[in-house]
Structure formats: structure tokens, C-alpha cells
Write a protein that binds this ligand. Structure first.
Ligand SMILES: Cc1ncc(COP(=O)(O)O)c(C=O)c1O
Length: 917
């Protein structure tokens, strides 16, 4: 790829612009070194190559404060003057600083004349002179003023700095809406945007992909003649793209009127232009301060520093029992002192109580609600396993029907038992070749609602409960799904288990597939005048809903704006995707009728939450929120970029691709759910704009950060391969399936981690090649047999069958819900149960001749981790065949030595007769 093409790739896929930038600076440094080593035409890398790369880099460089105009023009002058030594010195200074981030705290690296700045990239000074330890960020200034005035404006902003500022910033100036959007997209250091009214729309740069994205919103037509109009359009767009940024407007055209407009709501403040530069500076600092505040963690730190004598039941607090111990002193050495100083009983020292927060936990939860785009947030300290039970028990009462993905995490199923809710299990589409399920098609969910309606039970359907995204990365289109379901029942509650997906709020790509993103979008849509018009027009033509019509599930209907309620709950394992300690979880709520649920929610919360919650977990949630509000965008974009790179390398590497394969979106999402036709993500497969369009419209999309790496063609099953990666290469992966492992990138990952994985795959591929050479035909045959077993002889995935009639209210009805709780508790009485061994002929006889086999408990093979039997479920030959073929180590709820636990037929008869549900 030549340099120009590389830049084009950066522009056509803005996803990678930031990481490509550091690569380009590194490359320029290496070119400059070669040129300087042999300046007189003998260099392998001549001056022209340096010039070409510098031009490519500087096309986008105005989006960042560093290296800045002064250093860049000195670099350019050294090049033009043929001074290879000076060029190499300055490029080294700039590139080392871009790569290390030292420009954030070392004043010297901004100065082209500072010969001492970064004498060598490899030998960076550990404790730079003039280093300031304040968090650094950049302020984007969008202004109609001439570029010649920008250096002066930057200097003026610098002069506002005060010794007691807690943060430090540099300004980046751009002159148009499009350039502003470009900077917001590529420069992750930007935390605040100051718009000076009167700037224009178009960028002078030719950026087709950016223009395509921007034009999708039609802002180009905004009327620049009206005060603040384009600024308000830009504010809307920036808000949609990076909602966490603080926005300010400076206008000399009636700022009071602008401030009063609804469209000005995204602005934190509106100022009269240049009237109060210090006010602006303080407001910028204030905005950052609001996000930086971690109310709980801040107070915990203060608490830890106080000299306290403890006479309550927590000996570990202050650590004296540890540090004075003869035998567990190593515990103190390992954890350090602070963890013990920060231990306390919940309500001591103004630490607030998780069970009834009124102080800093309440504030921390409010900050989380702002950050995650929810109306309300509850912190959970026992993982999403408990958060799910809390929400299920809060929104369901005995007898309520929940339409639920059978493959959802077991916490939901246990939640139904506790709540006495009746699960109506619906099936996801199977991906038999990978021994996994995808997500539940919209049509299936609608059909379940219609079946309930046909059976006169729609009023009892309370909740739709789905996993978004799934373990393997299948993402729903929550916006479309909720709209379609609300058209059938307008007060439905949705529980989205986003255990894996909490991070998704923080970049615009993933956000469009989140529960909270959808709740916000639907609220705006249903409450708009435009929607009312759309609805009225549709209603005139629409036929009344007939739930018995076999085509009803295919009809597109619209919810009634006067009846529809937005009631969305999301749970996320903050610890799975953000910097929170294990078990840190959040429950996000956007429920217009929460006032009806608040009481039950509190009951449920109290019934599941320890009266001694771990303080470090609460602090960790508070900190995870702070980090995501500042760095979530950069980190989640980087993890997506790294994942797409891994995908591309494995696909295109001639040796690795012989034995390993990463399942593509095309393979993971069947065609009928991928209307866009998109097959794979990232250049050269698709552009950013195509990818975001597909994610907007397609029924399902694949989260690229969840990588199904197929190892079956290399002759490894998932478990073997997982052990191999960890024992030989120190690589830990997430989960396994029969013929694949799940590799997951997260905010922690670096390009070096990706390189480690790729190197491991290359090494293993070389080993297999060498082994096959050595073993000749016999080896090839053995591999082919192993591959066939793993990849072709895969067991069919068993669907949920039905609940036994003893647990159904209307056995003849079509709807599939059942009373799981009585079945669950019947098994508590041993007399009600029997065991039959899996291999026993008795099992086959019962399957053939009856009486029906009815499961007494949950049976959950891990992997894949979904229940193939639930209490009260009728077991069929399909399930038994699947179980017999399973070769996994763990099957929860099944002890091979005892056999399958069943409810005895007599007990079922009694249960039916007494009808104790
Ligand atoms: C979809 C889903 N929901 C919930 C959970 C439970 O989350 P936690 O481990 O935070 O208890 C998991 C765990 O893997 C999961 O996969």
C-alpha cells in the first residue's frame, strides 16, 4: 500500500484514523533517520519519501493540538531547506511525543528549539522537567475567524490558565461544521467544544466518507443567516456522536434568545462573544470537573486517611490484624495498605448506604445515569447474575408471562422461579455448524405475542427479555424490535441483558444497538409531531390486528402515540467490559412508569443485596463511569479497530488462514436478517458509512469485538485450543464451543496483544505444517478425520419442547408458557423424583413408550451455557441425542453417576389434581 492509499484508507474508515496516525509518525521517524544517516542522495529513503509521508500526515494534523502549527512548520522548513539533521531531530521530537502522549505534561516537547526534548525515543526521560501532573485534554474551537488569527486565540486561551486549575488544556481550531465533526471523530483528546457563531458548513478537505456520513442528517441546509442555527445543528450532531462532550456557544447575535431555544439545550452555556474569556475558561474547567467527580470514591479516599479506631465487626478495616500478624503478613504486602484503610462498614464516615442511598452513592448513581444515557441507575455488587434477578422480580409478579430467549443466562430462569413468572420460551436461530445459537428473530417474538393475544392472554404478557449482545456477539436492533412489539402491546416492559455490552454506550457505532440508545431514540420519535402524522396516515390504511391471521407477524404496524410507554431496563456486567472490580454491575432504567415499579424494585433490591456490600466494588463502579466518560470513546474505538485488524490478518494471511478462520458477519448472521447484504466489516470489505447504515437497518449485526475463532480445521476442539493458548502462549480467551474459541477484545487491549495472538496462530500453523510433512499421508488422514468430527459431525441443537401439561393452564392452547416454579419446588421433595442414567436403555424405552419424561431441574451444559432442560419441561429424543453427543466437562444440574433427574409420573398426576400453582 503506498502512502497516499494509506491516507485514503484512514479517511474512508475513520475508525482507524487515530491508530493509523501513530503508525504514520513512527514511519516518518524511521524515514527521517535514514535520510539523516545518508543525506547526500545515498539514503535508501530519499527526501521525496519523507516529503510524501509528511504531506499525507499533515492532511489531518490540524485536528490535534500537538505537534501544532509551530512545530509542523519548522519540520516543513527543515525538509524544504534540505536540512536532514534538523528534520530528523524535529520529527523524532514530534513522533516520540505523539506516541508516548508526553505532550500532555511536558511543555518542552512543544518547542521546536528545545534541543533536549526527546533526545531519543527509546530513552525517554522518566521525570521530565516542567512536567505537570494534571489531567490533560483538548478544547475544540469552531470559529469563523481567519486561520491567521488562530495562534493568537490559542495563546489567549493559554493565558487563562491558573495555578489552581485542576486540569490543563490546549485548543484546536477549525473553521467549519465538517472540520469540527472530523476533529470530534478522530481526536479522542477533545473533551469540550466551543462554537463561535457564524462559521460555515463545508470543509476545504476532500473527505467523501465523512461527507456521506454527515449528509445523512441533512445539516448542510441549516440556515447560516439565523443566529446560532448551524451551531445548534452541529451541537445536535456532536451530541449524537459523543454525548459526553461539553458544548459551549459564543455568539454576538442575541445570545439570550439563543439560550432560550429548545435547540440550544445541548449547550452547557451560551456566552456573549469575547465578553468573558475567563468565564468561559472556568466553565470549561467546571464541565470537566463534573465528569471527573467520583462522589463515592472521593469520599472513600477521604475516609481512608482519617485515623480511626474500629470497634465494629470488621477486623480487617485499617489492616492491623493483618500487618501485625505472624502468619498473614504476606496478605498485607500483596494488597498494600490502602485496601485495608478503605474497608469500612457501609454507613461509617458519610460513606452512604447502598441499600438506601441518600448521599454520595446516590450522586454516583446519578452520574452513572448521565453517562450511560439512563433515567436512573442502581449499582449492583453481585454481578449481573443478581442484577437480572432483581429486575425480573421487580417487574414481574406471580402469573405474569415473560417472553424470553431460552438461551438467556441462567439468572433469568432462576428469576422466574423466584418471581413465579411464567416463561414463554422462544428460540434463537441456530448456528449448528458452530454449536451455538444466534438471537431470537423479531418474527418469532411477534408470533409469541400474537399467540398470547389469540389465547386471550396478552394482558398477562408483561416483559420481553432478551440478551443483547449474546456471548458470541449477536446484536439485536432494539429500536426496531421494541417499536414492532409496542405496536402489538403498547405497555410492554423490555429487559435487555447487556452483560457484555455495557461499553457499547461509548461509541456511536455500538450505541445505536443498545437498549438505552433505543429508549432515547424511541422516546424522541414517539413524542414528535412528525410521528403522530406518520401514525395517523398509517392508521387510515392499516387493517385491525387479527392475531389469528397467519400473516399477522409479518405486518409492520405502528404503536399508538397516545398509548405507547417507553419501559426499558438494562443490566450490564460493568466488570466485563469496563475498569470495575469483579461482580460490579449496573441496572439502567428508562421507564416512563417507574413510579409504579419503584416500590417493588426497592423490595427486590433489598431481597437480593447484601447488608454488607463491598465498598471497593461501589468505588470501582464510580471510577469505571468516570473513565468511560473521558476515555470510553477512545478505548472502545480502539478495541473495535484492533478486533477488525485481527479479523483481517487471519483472513488474509496465507499460512494462518489454512488452519484458522474467524467467523464473519456473513457467516454468523443468516442472510434474511442482514438486509444490507454486508459481509464483513472494515476496509477493504466495507466502509464506515456502510457499516453504520447496516447497523441501523439490519435485524441483527455482529459485534466485531467478539471474535469466533474457528480452530476445528486445525484439529483442535475448543477446550484443547483454549488450554494450548494459555499454557504455551499465555493467552487467556473467553469461552469455547465444540470447534471454536471466543476471543474478545476489550478496553485493556493494545496492538501488542493483537500481535501476540497473531504470532501464536502463525506459530501453531507452522507447527501443523511441519507435523504434516513429517507424518505424511497418515498424518493428513488423522487430521482430516479430526476435522470431520469437529466440523461436520456436529449435533443438532435441541429446541425448547414444552412444559408438561401439569404445569400449563391451557394445555390445548398454542402459547408455550408454563408454571416453572411448582415444577422447581416439586424436586425439593425427593419422593417426587427419579433418576435414569443417560446411557440406559430404560431411557429409550420411556421415550418410545412413555410415560413422558419431565425434567426436575435445570440442566445446563457449559459450554454453550443455555439450559437444555428446565424444571417441568418435557424431554424428547432430540434433547437426549444432543446430551449423548456432548463432550463437555461441565453439565450443571446433571450428575452422570446418578443420571437425569425426572419428576415421577405419579407426582405429576398429583400436581395436576391439586393444581397448586
Ligand atoms: C448474558 C449474561 N448475562 C448475565 C451474566 C452474569 O453476569 P455476572 O458474571 O456479572 O454475574 C452472564 C455471565 O456470563 C451472561 O453471559
Amino acid at each position: 500500500m503506498n502512502i497516499q492509499n494509506k491516507t485514503e484508507a484512514a479517511l474512508s474508515n475513520v475508525l482507524v484514523a487515530a491508530s493509523l496516525r501513530s503508525e504514520q509518525w513512527r514511519q516518518l521517524n524511521s524515514f527521517a533517520r535514514s535520510w539523516a544517516a545518508a543525506p547526500s542522495g545515498k539514503s535508501k529513503v530519499p527526501r521525496e519519501q519523507c516529503a510524501e509521508l509528511l504531506t499525507a500526515i499533515t492532511r489531518l494534523e490540524h485536528c490535534w493540538a500537538y505537534p501544532g502549527e509551530r512545530l509542523l512548520s519548522n519540520i516543513r522548513a527543515a525538509l524544504d531547506g534540505g536540512d536532514a539533521g534538523q528534520f530528523a531531530r524535529l520529527v523524532r521530537q514530534a513522533s516520540a511525543s505523539v506516541l508516548s502522549g508526553d505532550y500532555r505534561h511536558d511543555e518542552r516537547v512543544w518547542d521546536p528549539k528545545d534541543e533536549g526534548a526527546h533526545a531519543s525515543i527509546e530513552n525517554l526521560p522518566g521525570d521530565a522537567v516542567g512536567k505537570v501532573d494534571k489531567p490533560y485534554f483538548e478544547v475544540l474551537v469552531v470559529t469563523p475567524s481567519a486561520p491567521a488569527q488562530w495562534p493568537r486565540s490559542k495563546d489567549q486561551m493559554r493565558k487563562m490558565r491558573r495555578g489552581d486549575d485542576r486540569f490543563v488544556y490546549e485548543a484546536v481550531h477549525v473553521g467549519s461544521y465538517e472540520d469540527a465533526m472530523l476533529a470530534v471523530i478522530v481526536n479522542t483528546d477533545i473533551q469540550s467544544v466551543v462554537m463561535v457563531d457564524g462559521f460555515g458548513f463545508a470543509s476545504s478537505l476532500d473527505l467523501p466518507d465523512l461527507k456521506e456520513m454527515i449528509n445523512r442528517a441533512g445539516d448542510a441546509e441549516a440556515d447560516t443567516g439565523t443566529a446560532g442555527s448551524l451551531a445548534m445543528a452541529l451541537a445536535r450532531r456532536v451530541r449524537a456522536y459523543r454525548p459526553e462532550l461539553d458544548l459551549f456557544l459564543l455568539s454576538d447575535r442575541s445570545p439570550e434568545q439563543i439560550a432560550a431555544a429548545d435547540e440550544a439545550a445541548p449547550f452547557k452555556r451560551v456566552f456573549h462573544q469575547i465578553e468573558e474569556p475567563m468565564e468561559l475558561h472556568l466553565s470549561i474547567m467546571d464541565g470537566i470537573g463534573d465528569r471527573y467527580a467520583t462522589p463515592y470514591f472521593d469520599n472513600l479516599q477521604k475516609y481512608a486517611l482519617r485515623p480511626i479506631g474500629t470497634f465494629h465487626a470488621l477486623p480487617i478495616a485499617r489492616g492491623k490484624s493483618v500487618f501485625n500478624s505472624n502468619w498473614i503478613r504476606d496478605m498485607g504486602q500483596f494488597y498494600g495498605t490502602n485496601i485495608f484503610f478503605a474497608e469500612s462498614c457501609a454507613t461509617t464516615g458519610g460513606l452512604d448506604s447502598l441499600l438506601e442511598p441518600t448521599g454520595n452513592i446516590k450522586l454516583a448513581q446519578q452520574a452513572a445515569a448521565r453517562a450511560f444515557g439512563a433515567k436512573k441507575v442502581y449499582f449492583g455488587t453481585n454481578g449481573t447474575s443478581t442484577s437480572n434477578k432483581i429486575v425480573v422480580q421487580a417487574v414481574c409478579k406471580p402469573g405474569d408471562i415473560v417472553i424470553v430467549d431460552r438461551n438467556c443466562h441462567k439468572s433469568h430462569h432462576y428469576g422466574f422461579v423466584l418471581a413465579g413468572a411464567q416463561p414463554f420460551y422462544v428460540e434463537a436461530f441456530p448456528l449448528t455448524e458452530y454449536s451455538m445459537y444466534g438471537s431470537v428473530p423479531l418474527r418469532t417474538i411477534k408470533q409469541a405475542l400474537l399467540d398470547c393475544a389469540a389465547g386471550g392472554k396478552l394482558d398477562r404478557v408483561k416483559v420481553i427479555d432478551m440478551t443483547n449482545c449474546t456471548f458470541d456477539g449477536h446484536m439485536y436492533n432494539p429500536r426496531k424490535l421494541m417499536e414492532e412489539c409496542l405496536a402489538i402491546k403498547p405497555d410492554l416492559i423490555f429487559l435487555w441483558d447487556e452483560a457484555w455490552f455495557g461499553f457499547a454506550r461509548f461509541n456511536p457505532l455500538h450505541r445505536r444497538r443498545t437498549a438505552m440508545g433505543a429508549a432515547a431514540a424511541l422516546t424522541a420519535r414517539f413524542r414528535s409531531a412528525a410521528y403522530r402524522e406518520e401514525y395517523e396516515a398509517w392508521k387510515k390504511k392499516a387493517k385491525p390486528l387479527d392475531p389469528k391471521d397467519p400473516k399477522a407477524a409479518d405486518q409492520h404496524r405502528l404503536p399508538d402515540p397516545d398509548k405507547v410507554r417507553i419501559r426499558v431496563y438494562q443490566t450490564n456486567s460493568t466488570h466485563k467490559s469496563m475498569s470495575s472490580f469483579r461482580q460490579g454491575s449496573m441496572m439502567l432504567i428508562w421507564d416512563e412508569d417507574f413510579h409504579h415499579v419503584e416500590g417493588p424494585f426497592q423490595e427486590s433490591f433489598l431481597s437480593h443485596t447484601s447488608t454488607s456490600p463491598n465498598l471497593q466494588l461501589i468505588a470501582g463502579l464510580d471510577l469505571a463511569r468516570r473513565q468511560m466518560e473521558f476515555e470510553g470513546y477512545a478505548m472502545t474505538m480502539r478495541m473495535t479497530d484492533i478486533a477488525i485488524r485481527i479479523r483481517n490478518v487471519v483472513k488474509s494471511h496465507p499460512l494462518i488462514s489454512k488452519y484458522f478462520h474467524i467467523a464473519t458477519p456473513e457467516e454468523m448472521v443468516p442472510k434474511e436478517y442482514r438486509a444490507s447484504g454486508i459481509k464483513d466489516y472494515g476496509p477493504p470489505n466495507s466502509s464506515w458509512a456502510q457499516m453504520s447504515a447496516a447497523w441501523d437497518e439490519d435485524e441483527f449485526a455482529l459485534d466485531p469485538t467478539r471474535i469466533t475463532l474457528v480452530c476445528g480445521n486445525a484439529g483442535f476442539n475448543g477446550n484443547q485450543f483454549k488450554s494450548l493458548l494459555s499454557d504455551r502462549f499465555d493467552i487467556q480467551i473467553n469461552k469455547t464451543s465444540r470447534n471454536s474459541v471466543l476471543v474478545q477484545t476489550n478496553i485493556n487491549n493494545t496492538h501488542s496483544d493483537a500481535a501476540l495472538l497473531i504470532k501464536a496462530l502463525a506459530d501453531l500453523s507452522r507447527d501443523i505444517d511441519a507435523r504434516l510433512q513429517e507424518e505424511g499421508e497418515a498424518g493428513k488422514k488423522a487430521l482430516a478425520a479430526a476435522v470431520k468430527n469437529l466440523m461436520k459431525d456436529v449435533p443438532d441443537l435441541p429446541n425448547f419442547t414444552r412444559f408438561h401439561d401439569a404445569f400449563r393452564e391451557h394445555p390445548k392452547g398454542k402459547a408455550n408458557e408454563g408454571h416453572m416454579r411448582p415444577a422447581f419446588y416439586m424436586a425439593y421433595d425427593e419422593e417426587n423424583c427419579e433418576f435414569i442414567k443417560l446411557a440406559s436403555p430404560d431411557l429409550d424405552k420411556r421415550l418410545k413408550d412413555g410415560p413422558e419424561l419431565v425434567s426436575a431441574n435445570f440442566v445446563i451444559p457449559y459450554p454453550p451455557g443455555f439450559p437444555i432442560m428446565v424444571p417441568g419441561q418435557v424431554i424428547t429424543a432430540e434433547t437426549i441425542t444432543y446430551m449423548r453427543k456432548l463432550d463437555v466437562k461441565e453439565i450443571h444440574g446433571y450428575v452422570a453417576a446418578q443420571g437425569i433427574k425426572l419428576i415421577k409420573p405419579d407426582a405429576l398426576k398429583k400436581s395436576k389434581a391439586s393444581s397448586t400453582h
